[in-house]
Design a binder for this molecule. Structure first.
Ligand SMILES: Cc1ncc(COP(=O)(O)O)c(C=O)c1O
Length: 467
């Protein structure tokens, strides 16, 4: 046993025996080194180990404190502290590997471009392109084109969320919105809560900003596990959460209104901010658009982030954040980085959205995605044995497949690349010390001869590996 493990164990016994009260400060690293006779580095490693177990927590510049309920073993099982996030290079290599046009794009994050870039929108762009004023930058500087913000605000109002255009800031896509919101709310070393399985952009943002990540597992039935959430917030000084509650990427679930309401109450009680990633909000197959957390937000704690990337085209790079009273903070950050979002595209989108075209386009898109997702689901269900679990939810265009334990999805990903087929491995969506056993398949592509053949090759390979 390492010295740090020895020290961590004896401190753990002391904590469990009640030697300190909840939220009481532990001896500083230096004091502990003097008391125990171990080196500073050993003490630091021991404290970090206890922190990872949920027994203590740290506060920037103040030291380490005893967690609220140190005897709770339950929390150690489900809520996990991930101190050092290193996912960016994996995502970088992955995105590079699937970029070639020859690769069957089951691994990409966007719908088939044939379903986006609607003809009416392209006509609007062509008409706008002829006029000089379409390119003027000043009206599009942060917070962004007023007409576009008015139209986005109207869409919130239609869902019963009172919104003023000044609440909205236009960003360079949804990812920029998430990053700006995170930068506004956090300092390096702050605690953030994420879902255990989540879009890699969320992991990348926390890596970039040097945040400590607490993860909670998904609930098999409800999507969000409220008990794990309560455990996490009572044991760590969490300042902000970044969650996906509608058409979760990669799994696909949508959390019920009842759970959202309870979550909103907890956020308010503990004054915790929520950055809600809702870029798939329009891609529901049921009759009613799911509510965002903004609907339940009474204290301006929710930064709702969305974009047109999944509905009109990622190439436009237009998104937004509902920032409310934090609008100015976001704009300050924009003026130091991207300055403004493309003014020509903002103008053209405002024009396009002011007609009924967008609603018609969304209707067609939803119907097509529903048909294709069902088709892929039926086909995969027919050809994969029961040891594979295909998670189907009525929204979006991803199928999340749990593979039998013996199949490592990174191996599947590399093998498929040899056949010019892209698939997304679970490794992109959860922490790196777990062996990945999941695949995310993008099913927004028509089953042509080529895609059908690729799907068959994938099925054949994973079934043979499961024998
Ligand atoms: C869950 C999720 N959030 C955000 C983004 C980024 O969206 P955008 O292209 O608008 O930046 C993506 C794109 O894949 C995504 O899947």
């Amino acid at each position: 046993m390492y010295k740090s493990e020895q020290l961590a164990l004896s401190l753990k016994h002391l904590i469990e025996s009640g030697a300190w009260k909840a939220n009481e400060k532990l001896p500083s690293l230096r004091q502990q080194a003097e008391i125990s006779g171990f080196s500073l580095i050993t003490v630091m490693n021991a404290y970090q180990e206890l922190e990872a177990q949920g027994l203590i927590y740290s506060k920037e510049k103040l030291g380490y404190f005893i967690a609220e309920d140190p005897n709770s073993l339950e929390i150690a099982k489900t809520v996990i502290l991930n101190e050092k996030i290193e996912i960016n290079s994996t995502v970088f290599r992955y995105l590079k590997s699937i970029q070639s046009e020859n690769i069957v794009p089951f691994g990409i994050a966007f719908p088939d471009s044939q379903l986006l870039y609607s003809t009416k929108l392209m006509q609007t762009l062509a008409q706008r392109a002829k006029h000089r004023q379409s390119y003027e930058q000043v009206p599009s500087l942060p917070p962004g084109n007023l007409e576009l913000r008015k139209l986005i605000a109207q869409r919130y109002c239609m869902q019963g969320i009172p919104t003023d255009p000044s609440d909205i800031v236009i960003t360079s896509g949804g990812l920029d919105a998430l990053n700006l919101a995170l930068q506004t709310l956090t300092q390096p070393g702050d605690y953030i809560l994420l879902q255990e399985t989540i879009f890699y952009g969320a992991w990348q943002a926390t890596e970039h900003l040097g945040l400590k990540v607490i993860t909670i597992p998904e609930h098999p039935e409800h999507g969000l596990d409220l008990d794990a959430f309560k455990n996490a917030i009572s044991n760590y000084p969490i300042k902000v959460c970044l969650l996906m509650l509608n058409s979760h990427n990669p799994i696909g679930f949508t959390v019920s209104d009842e759970i959202k309401l309870q979550l909103a109450k907890l956020l308010q009680e503990h004054h915790i901010y929520l950055i809600e990633d809702d870029v798939y909000e329009e891609l529901y197959f049921d009759h009613k658009k799911p509510l965002s957390m903004k609907y339940f937000d009474q204290q301006n704690l929710v930064f709702h982030c969305s974009s047109f990337s999944k509905t009109l085209g990622a190439g436009f790079r237009i998104g937004w954040v509902y920032a409310g009273k934090f609008s100015e903070n976001i704009q300050h950050l924009q003026l130091m980085s991207t300055l403004s979002v493309n003014s020509f595209i903002q103008n053209a989108l405002a024009d396009y959205l002011s007609h009924r075209y967008y609603e018609k386009h969304l209707k067609t898109l939803r119907n097509t995605l529903k048909r294709l997702k069902n088709q892929y689901y039926q086909y995969l269900s027919k050809h994969l044995p029961e040891t594979f679990k295909i998670h189907y939810y009525p929204s979006g265009y991803f199928l999340w497949i749990s593979l039998p334990e013996r199949i490592n999805s990174n191996v599947v990903y590399h093998e498929m690349l040899l056949h010019q087929i892209g698939v997304a491995s679970g490794a992109l969506f959860y922490r790196s010390d777990k062996t990945p056993h999941h695949l995310r398949i993008n099913c927004s592509f028509e089953l042509t001869e080529r895609t059908q053949q690729a799907l068959d090759q994938l099925i054949q390979y994973i079934v043979s590996e499961s024998d």
